[in-house]
Design a protein around this ligand. Structure first.
Ligand SMILES: [Ca+2]
Ligand SMILES: [Ca+2]
Length: 129
């Protein structure tokens, strides 16, 4: 296969209490490189889940006390002042996947509870090898 192929290349603004997601499909086992860079805003999480588990993630995120969901820890993580660029690589089998950028109270970090809309501005890039 010739060189890495870009599957996501985007700049986003995500309002407080919202998340953004990207779906991609791979036909054969592939190495995915994912870079999510914080430009502005509060700390947030990045999750990579199988598309069939996206509803499970949404249910967990909408539940008051969280919940169980399946994700790929190698590709997931927190973006914050200490770690402003989430730079991960992992091998995935053929399938359809969802990258979630979470600016909600779900997970280990939450936008500040104040009267301001803490918008996350980020660059999202993913390539397949
Ligand atoms: Ca969160
Ligand atoms: Ca706020």
């Amino acid at each position: 296969m010739a060189g890495p192929r870009t599957i996501i290349d985007d700049s986003i603004n995500i309002k407080e209490d919202q998340y953004q997601h990207y779906t991609f499909e791979i036909k054969v086992p592939s190495t995915v490189s994912l870079t999510v860079t914080r430009v502005k805003g509060p700390a947030f999480e990045v999750y990579v889940v199988e598309k069939s588990d996206f509803d499970e993630w949404k249910n967990a995120a909408n539940s008051l006390f969280g919940g169980q969901f399946h994700h790929f820890p190698d590709l997931s993580g927190t973006v914050n002042a200490k770690n402003p660029s989430h730079d991960r690589k992992g091998t995935l089998k053929a399938g359809t996947y969802v990258v979630i950028i979470d600016n909600t109270d779900f997970g280990s970090v939450s936008p500040p509870a104040n009267f301001a809309d803490d918008v996350v501005t980020a660059r999202v890039k993913a390539t397949l090898e």
